[in-house]
Design a protein around this ligand. Structure first.
Ligand code: MAN
Length: 348
């Protein structure tokens, strides 16, 4: 595998921080976005908290925007309206509920390996669009500011939230960037033909599998010129769905990108692509094999096993690359490679 796991994995796990309330427990610390600022590497980590277990019940936790507070709801096992799912959620009266409420939390490091969480959340659910959580952040430095795209989940659907920060201490929300059903959005770090660019991932339907799309914006507000960029390849390790990963890295050879892909059975790997510098909706090269696949114990078992999922990486001046990723939907891990090795992997 061109990506080599760090010896100190897992880098962050639920034991590393305390819950925001006594009646909750930290369930998962996963899918971090990543950035460099000053001498630090910061991760913006999805932290999921769930109600403490009570036998015979299924519980969900949500942000009740009308009341302005977090609420726990419990349903009795055996209730005919309750349909249990996997550890991530269940349905009640046909509506999906998540067992944990995710917020975004900064963790800091000077070596990119040893991280410590901030004492307070960076973005805690605060709007009706975030009632079921803020998930899977991607961080992009654009024109002097760090922008964070994240999944905003609620009974209004799975949407894309946008926030910004200059220092990773103060964060401002910039509203819903794309409406439901969409997630897995990353912003490009530079304009292309004078326009801002993003990848996004509209949900699958009976007609189409989940695929990566590209869109442009003149002002960071209206997004258009949508084109489908990368679709699953049936019958392979990426036969089920694909979605973008960390923000693309500019290289003279093209935009280098790591993306996630699941097969038809839901096993998640990472792949690499290279796309045209001036027309990034055009893919120039696509890895025929995964660049990382679930093999380590913490990738095989957790909340959702057989899963590696990345939305953050950092590149050094020497081309060294650290890819941060969530493993089995439970912990955060890291793996190292170089820009050149990843370009070669995308072409292989
Ligand atoms: C999927 C999974 C979950 C996530 C929801 C909402 O079910 O990715 O982890 O909470 O979508 O985004």
């Amino acid at each position: 595998m061109p990506l080599r796991r760090l010896d100190s994995n897992p880098l962050l796990s639920p034991d590393d921080l305390r819950p925001t309330r006594d009646d909750l427990e930290v369930f998962c610390t996963l899918n971090p976005g990543a950035a460099r600022i000053g001498g630090e590497i910061v991760l913006v980590v999805r932290v999921g908290e769930r109600p403490r277990e009570e036998p015979g019940t299924a519980a969900c936790v949500l942000y009740d925007a009308a009341a302005g507070e977090v609420a726990v709801r419990r349903f009795r096992h055996g209730d005919p309206d309750l349909v249990l799912g996997d550890a991530r959620g269940f349905t009640y009266r046909g509506r999906a509920h998540l067992t944990s409420l995710s917020h975004l939390r900064v963790a800091r490091s000077t070596d990119g390996v040893h991280f410590a969480f901030d004492a307070a959340p960076a973005l805690f659910p605060a709007t009706p669009y975030e009632a079921f959580g803020c998930e899977d952040p991607r961080v992009t430095f654009i024109e002097g500011r760090y922008y964070i795209t994240y999944t905003a989940v609620s009974d209004r659907g799975v949407a894309v939230g946008l926030a910004a920060t200059e220092d990773f201490r103060n964060f401002v929300r910039l509203g819903v960037m794309l409406p439901p059903s969409n997630k897995d959005v990353c912003l490009f770090p530079r304009r292309v033909r004078d326009l801002y660019v993003c990848r996004h991932r509209p949900s699958e339907s009976g007609f189409n599998p989940a695929s990566i799309w590209t869109a442009y914006s003149p002002d960071f507000v209206s997004w258009g010129r949508h084109e489908m960029t990368l679709a699953p390849t049936p019958g392979t390790w990426e036969g089920g769905r694909v979605g973008c990963g960390p923000p693309p890295v500019w290289t003279p050879e093209g935009w280098l990108e790591i993306y996630h892909a699941a097969d038809e059975r839901g096993r998640y790997c990472l792949g690499a692509i290279l796309s045209d510098l001036r027309r990034p909706e055009r893919v120039l090269a696509r890895s025929s094999r995964p660049v990382l696949e679930p093999e380590a114990p913490y990738e095989l078992a957790g909340i959702y096993g057989h899963c590696v999922f990345s939305n953050g990486l950092v590149v050094g001046d020497d081309g060294a690359m650290t890819v941060y990723y969530g493993a089995a939907d439970r912990i955060s891990a890291g793996a190292v490679t170089t820009v050149d090795e990843m370009i070669a992997a995308a072409r292989a």
